[in-house]
Design a protein around this ligand. Structure first.
Ligand SMILES: Cc1ncc(COP(=O)(O)O)c(C=O)c1O
Length: 366
């Protein structure tokens, strides 16, 4: 028998969330972001869940090739572009669209013996200071790409640093949009600005935010970059991490729980042992009090998370027993809420689900 720990991927929710993106952003085209193994959901599952997307975007060239091998025929975008000359050859061979964010990448494309036309996304740094040309260098980078005969379409892109708060005190979305519009002035090409935050803030930003393509990731997986909850945006969970109670302990006042004897009972209580630990991807630093569902009842984590197990308070869960169903996140327990309790973000939880965790597919709504 395998351990009861299971990540169930809800393909129906993936489709639903993609439809939500379209409802917010039509007529823009949608790159569904599937980097990091489809945010931990599996590349092939993400490809099927987002089959209606206009393209798939990711970081890893080898997974871009894998998408082609799996039969994905629509556009594929490499969000960090190419890393060396061999990647440049892949662009033609597999018809990959590449972000271009350095003059070194332009040089690689200039020197590559490209045998067919390629499309690129030229990236501008509008204040995040991660990837991209400065607004000042942007027109020169554009001109150099335009001079390469095999380069066909040049889309213009940037990335938002503070997608969770529209009016961030240091760098607002509006300031980044203004910088982008100034740097891209007079340059032809489709625009691609919005990640999930940009998509979710589209109503407030209105006409200021012109997107021909949007690039949502986290909202497609039923979580948010911060701010309001996924439910507020009518997004559905795409992954439920579930397990079972595999042991029960009856404590008296003063009894301690787990490594480091971190938790001490203040009175009689019943705790359950859950088959899920930090080696499965549940963060070790999650404090007592983090939410967990047992038999559909909301309760809390107690004591330190260990490698393969964690303990939960069963005092208020009537009828809890060995074999009771536990939800760590997903259906009935938003991943963002667990992430917040753990001092992290939903992105990290879903991406960190370990290889040893069994994965199944199952619809959220029948
Ligand atoms: C360039 C780019 N676009 C889009 C996304 C998707 O972002 P999110 O998951 O916040 O929607 C990412 C993710 O980091 C990214 O790096």
């Amino acid at each position: 028998m395998p351990r009861p720990l299971l990540a169930t991927i809800h393909l129906d929710s993936m489709q639903y969330n993609l439809a939500r993106v379209r409802a917010c952003t039509a007529p823009a085209k949608v790159w569904a972001v599937v980097k990091a193994n489809g945010y931990g959901h599996g590349l092939e599952r993400a490809m099927r869940g987002f089959a209606d997307a206009d393209g798939l975007a990711l970081i890893e060239p080898e997974y871009a090739v894998r998408l082609r091998e799996l039969g994905w025929t629509k556009p594929v975008l490499l969000l960090e572009g190419i890393f060396d000359a061999t990647d440049a050859a892949l662009l033609c061979h597999y018809q990959l669209n590449s972000a271009v964010h350095t003059f070194e990448q332009i040089e690689l494309i200039e020197q590559a013996k490209l045998t067919s036309p390629i499309d690129v996304h030229l990236k501008m740094n509008t204040g995040m200071n991660r990837l991209g040309f400065s607004p000042k260098d942007f027109p020169a980078a554009y001109a150099r790409l335009r001079a390469i005969p095999q380069v066909r379409d040049i889309a213009l892109m940037t990335h938002f640093a503070n997608a969770d708060t529209i009016k961030h005190p240091r760098l607002t979305l509006g300031a980044q949009v203004d910088a982008f519009n100034a740097g891209a002035k007079g340059l032809d090409g489709p625009r691609s600005l919005s990640n999930s935050g940009g998509v979710l803030h589209q109503p407030e930003l209105g006409a200021l935010l012109h997107n021909d393509w949007v690039r949502p990731g986290i909202m497609l997986y039923g979580a948010t970059p911060g701010g309001k909850s996924a439910q507020d945006y009518d997004l559905r969970p795409t992954m439920t991490l579930s397990s079972e109670i595999i042991g029960i302990q009856h404590l008296q006042a003063g009894d301690m729980v787990g490594y480091g004897s971190h938790f001490q009972a203040s009175g009689p209580m019943v705790i359950g042992v859950v088959a899920c630990g930090y080696a499965d991807g549940y963060p070790r630093h999650t404090p007592h009090g983090a939410p967990v569902l047992v038999d559909g009842v909301r309760t809390t984590l107690v004591g330190r998370v260990s490698m393969d197990m964690m303990m939960v308070d069963l005092s208020q869960v009537a009828g809890a027993r060995v074999g009771s169903k536990v939800v760590l996140w997903g259906a009935g327990l938003p991943i963002d809420e667990v992430a917040q309790a753990a001092g992290t973000i939903g992105y990290e939880l879903m991406c960190a689900v370990a290889a040893r965790v069994r994965v199944a597919e199952g619809n959220l709504h029948g």
